[in-house]
Write a protein that binds this ligand. Structure first.
Ligand SMILES: *Cc1c(COP(=O)(O)O)cnc(C)c1O
Length: 335
């Protein structure tokens, strides 16, 4: 039985063509700045996102942490979403390692942070308060693309109050494909952006932090301190370059598969499915859903259910796999 792994878009294995690209990559020691493939990737992603410079890092978690530490001094405050990756899913690193105070705000139904909430969260200059320094947004957030209009308004509000802006764009390209805009159209609203190559783009490892040259120079020192300086990292950067060449436009296939899955799960008594925007399907089950994850596993389908049921499509699933997942869910609900 083939395993259909819908736990995350991080589970992909490099394609044969990507492995070829990794094999062919020219290498050097990137801590000396000598790895031509890393340098090419950094130049490429900076250009794609319309920024001056980029830094290749081992993970999205480190990329966001470096961004927080570069934007904020010790005791300064970053506004973020309460379900945002930077706040909830990075083990509190910004606080523990960065001495950055994170202020989590509730999300609206579309994943955004209400402008009024942001405005109210920004502290006046008063010795009682942490100095509010950074607005951190995430796009896509819970599989939803923030509208261009919202992005423009929220980042303008931040700038009006002298805040820096960071985008956790782990799935920025999913958002761009969904919105039908270039990724740089989204990125241009932010001072810095983090993107993951190891999510929907299908690379085995790696993220990039992009921003102004002076910002990236400071970020480079934090990367070293955090243990993110890698040596012949071109084997990994080669995979990321291949992904940028071949795996961006095809994200629309993942989005179509997510819709196929959601459509196939519609109308099951006991299960409410949220119409997906990108490559993630979220659903909520009543008590009839108890034991679903375990049942799916016996049918070769892997999913997660920490807060809500979540199914993520990616390079390594196809329509037949999605149909296998639909059948397994329906079997559990006798629907
Ligand atoms: C996955 C993810 C990250 C970082 O992931 P790593 O596993 O550390 O590479 C950051 N932000 C979001 C929104 C993510 O989904």
């Amino acid at each position: 039985m083939k395993t259909i792994d819908l736990r995350s878009d991080t589970v992909t294995r490099p394609t044969p063509a990507m492995r070829e690209a990794m094999m062919r990559a020219e290498l050097g020691d990137d801590v000396f700045g000598d790895d031509p493939t890393v340098n090419a990737l950094q130049a490429r992603i900076a250009e794609m996102l319309g920024k001056e410079a980029a830094l290749f890092v081992p993970s999205g978690t480190q990329s966001n942490l470096i961004a927080s530490m570069t934007h904020c001094q010790r005791g300064e405050e970053a506004i973020c979403g309460e379900m945002s990756h930077t706040y909830r899913w990075e083990a509190g690193g910004a606080g523990v390692l960065g001495s950055v105070v994170q202020l989590p705000l509730p999300h609206q139904d579309d994943g955004s942070l209400a402008l009024d909430h942001i405005r109210a969260a920004i502290k006046p200059d008063d010795a009682h308060f942490a100095r509010t320094r950074l607005l951190c947004l995430e796009n896509t957030i819970g599989g939803k693309a923030l509208s261009m209009n919202y992005t423009a308004q929220a980042t303008a509000l931040a700038r009006e109050h002298g805040l820096a802006t960071h985008l956790d764009g782990a799935r920025l390209f999913n958002a761009a494909v969904k919105l039908g805009v270039g990724a740089q159209e989204i990125a241009r609203h932010f001072d810095s952006v983090s993107v993951c190559f190891s999510k929907g783009l299908g690379a085995p490892v790696g993220s990039a932090l992009v921003g102004p040259r002076e910002f990236i120079a400071r970020a480079h020192r934090w990367r070293k301190m955090l243990g993110g300086g890698m040596r012949q990292a071109g084997v990994l950067a080669g995979a990321a370059l291949h992904a940028l060449d071949h795996h961006v436009q095809r994200l629309s296939d993942d989005h179509a598969l997510a819709r196929r899955l959601a459509d196939g799960l519609q109308g099951i008594p006991g299960l409410t499915v949220e119409p997906p925007q990108t490559n993630m399907v979220f659903a909520d089950a009543d008590e009839r859903g108890r034991g679903l994850i375990e049942h799916l596993k016996t049918r070769g389908v892997l999913a997660t259910g920490l807060y809500r049921l979540r199914f993520v499509t990616h390079l390594d699933v196809d329509a037949a796999g999605i149909d296998q997942a639909i059948a397994a869910v329906r079997e559990h609900f006798n629907a």
